[in-house]
Design a protein around this ligand. Sequence first.
Ligand code: DGJ
Length: 726
Amino acid sequence: MPIYIDEKEQIFHLKTPNTSYVMKVWRGKYLAHVYWGKKIENFSMENALLSRTSGWSPMTDNEGYTLDFICQEYPTGCGSDYRIPAISAVYDDGSRTVELVYESYKLSKGKPKLKGLPATYVESEDEAETLEITLRDRVKNLKVVLMYTAFNDYDSIARSVRVVNDSDKDILLEKVLSGSVDFEDSDYDLVTLSGAWGRERRIERGAIRSGIHNISSNRGSSSHYLNPFFAMCTKNANENYGDVYGYSLVYSGSFTAGVEVDLAFKSRAYMGINDYDFSWKLEPNEEFISPEMIMVYSDAGFGKMSRTFHKLYRKRLVRGKYRDEVRPILVNNWEATYFDFTEEKIVNLAKSAKELGIELLVLDDGWFGKRNGDNSSLGDWYVNREKLPLGIDGLAKRVNEEGLKFGLWLEPEMISVDSDLYRAHPDWCIHVPERVRCEARNQLILDLSRKEVCDYIKDTINKLLKSANISYIKWDMNRNMSQFGSAGLPADRQKEMPHRYMLGLYDILEDIVSKNPDVLFEGCSGGGGRFDPGMLYYMPQIWTSDDTDAVERLYIQYGTSFVYPISAMGAHISAVPNHQTDRMTSLKMRGDVAMSGNFGYELDLTKFTDEEKEEVKEQIEQYKELRSFISKSDMYRLKSPYEGNDTAWMFISEDGCDIFAGYFRILCKVNGGIYRMKFTALDENAIYKVVDEDKEYTGAELMYIGLEVDMWGDYTSKTWRLKKKR
Ligand code: DGJ
């Protein structure tokens, strides 16, 4: 039973294996937040944080207290709480106060689905319990149901909010966050994953101080800029020590998140849909459901937080056949040919791929309409017969005959002005009448808030997938939204467009993914511009970044691993000099970095020398052996590229028997000292065989003395494969 309720004291205590989350109804009225952190088996209200809330405010309410000093569970900004609210609404009389008062609760087994939205799930009712707490604005009859799921096997709490208009008048919602958490203090650092194209998810850390620290996207997608994640950690926190509170939003659109430190140095964390370009007209009896927010507390640093996110997302967010199956090793033609390819070139690539042991060939952008550059044809998803005379079906057959599966690139959410689709439906794009339609990468975005547009995409893509033997789809999305407007919505609903777009996208993805259960989908957005839990619900892997330089990838993959498991990351070997950085790195380092992800190649394989071919064959053989366990293993980050010249990480299978570790050096330092690879999480007394070196050591030796790292030269790496002797 992970959720305990004390009806008399009106206490709600959610327990996961190692954490507790406690709420209490305060003064019989407001739902207060009491505690979140390390597990407390028996919670006693005697020492509760709430008792220290009153007395020293210059501004008190009629009953002699101020809400500003109360840790609240779902703040509304009503009365005397001046901090950032979780919900804002406007009623028909123009008034704006929302006062949420506790009404009732409901406890159930399992976890209900969130209608139309991606979310974590359970496979059996015994895996979790869900608590729904109903609050109500009694004056305006606005009902707010806070939903919490506590998992039995995952140290995570899932939250979302359902708002129901129980009145007989329209209510305009201007903000509905997924959750808010108050802390009595503010002695924390804030950790975020920020970036840009080619520089995704770089770790940033800094102290929080008075004011609001906002992390957000208003770009219509989660975006390259800031990932929908942040963590608050104690000052001493590192990979293995300290308290860390991680927040992750299961949503792919504009979001807002952050921390406010108030005048009493309390802090409030919050997360949800961005209210900047949002409002929602809720008619009588209608409901609005917020995206899901996942909260993970770790008492042992960032490593434990990440492993908790990884396990939950790998097992109870990602769905479908490829959740559990190994992913094929692929070659993608993008950096090999860009738009300049013919059927023969692609088939030759397939021939070389087969020779090397690659299993899937992916045909990237440029196969449709008359697309020979990025300025036309998006929306015209029919083959360009000048390039591919046998069509997609014919090409897929030829690739299959070479012994490879066939995959295809698509960008279904987009429309080029120079396309038959745009000529037929110029109003199907996101736009504002009389305003310039701002093109980015020479394209506009289809208005997925409109049903007919979504139907067109579902129909077109499902037909395409039926028309040929397509085993994989790379679903790209190459621009952010601007001129937020929809020809399908009335004036007073224009601000609903961005969220309606996301609901439309999720509806399309659900339809296509469920009708094509054998197809492996990989998300992409100009590299990793939409690398978020929302997309992972539909697509088990996402292209991590267009930056495939091995050095850059150390930062990107290390940062990405803060939240996302390696089974989610697409990682390919590309050519040197690298197309993004012009850097020359060894084939070995490129391979070793890419093996800590869904491995593949993104270059012209036909240009390999015989010697390189032999090395590549070995890489592929090595990865085929590793992939059976590393994608399901626990990751330990051992050295951070953000802190020095060397990076190291290791993966250990769930049963502890298989280990893979990598050590990477950026620049060679003469007389730079002795380096050792110190493993972790091994069994001290067990014997481990170092495969390839044919040596054996105890776990204690490997962890406390470590193996020597003898590397020479810039951009070098070394990997180890250990096997525990049973
Ligand atoms: C952006 C992606 O990130 C690339 O891998 C490639 O698919 C291009 N789009 C194609 O236009």
